[in-house]
Design a protein around this ligand. Structure first.
Ligand SMILES: [Fe+2]
Length: 134
């Protein structure tokens, strides 16, 4: 289930693409560690590791949009908030269980992996395009 950073995920903005590589590496770590049977502690640490960089990256991306007076900034921020909430929910889910469950794995696939792939290809590409044309 690991994501490969290929052409389809490139936005063309160096800052965004560089940070996406790191973000994807951390998501891949989550899909590797967040499997049924893995130790709870390992999964919790990996989630926190992802959350740290998510905060950093979303901030950087939102600042970049602000600098360029990007018109869809508010809507984009809301998208980011959905992801942050999803990761928080995963954290809670883990706390309540002995470790990653089937439901946890499914939520990672849907709310982290699929979400991110869609977000990059639609929302982040639009940002990069706008900045390039400005
Ligand atoms: Fe974004």
């Amino acid at each position: 289930m690991s994501i490969e950073f290929d052409k389809a995920l490139e936005t063309g903005n160096d800052l965004i693409d560089t940070q996406h590589r790191e973000l994807i590496a951390r998501v891949n770590k989550l899909t590797a560690d967040g499997v049924v049977g893995k130790e709870k502690n390992v999964a919790v640490q990996t989630l926190d590791f992802l959350m740290d960089y998510t905060d950093f990256h979303f901030n950087a991306e939102e600042n970049l949009q602000e600098e360029h007076a990007y018109p869809l900034l508010d809507a984009h921020k809301k998208q980011h908030a959905v992801f942050v909430k999803a990761v928080d929910d995963l954290r809670e889910m883990l706390e309540e269980e002995e470790g990653p469950t089937e439901a946890f794995v499914e939520a990672v696939r849907k709310n982290v992996v699929d979400w991110l792939l869609r977000h990059i290809q639609i929302w982040d590409k639009q940002v990069a395009e706008y900045i390039k044309e400005a």
